[in-house]
Unconditional design. Sequence first.
Length: 134
Amino acid sequence: MERRGRGAFSWIDSREQWALHHFFLPYKDLSEEELVAHRNAITLKRPELPVEADDAYQRLLVIMDRPKLAPQPTVSFSGKQQKRAKASNRAVSVRVLVRPEIDMQKLVQALILIAEQEAARKTATERNDDEGRS
């Protein structure tokens, strides 16, 4: 569970992530002058945004400095195979990571996968229908 770098954003609420993205533009490669001009312009349009972004940033700093709360896995070199935990004993964690710009390659991959799954489903349905008529 990485709490530093890009993954750290996933530990704060999506609204907080959006506030940081809209105010600070961390995903853009802009000069200091361009960033200051942007922050001045966005503050005129959305006067509440600087406070929201600062609150989110302060919360992000606290989270990044917090020690990991999850138990760390232990490594055993005893030669014995470790038993896997039962599914009912495992915890699954899902977090949101806002991406202000669309990753077209990932979107295309997802659409292709959906199309392939839909084609496979239709083929299986047609095959079942043909077998039922025989």
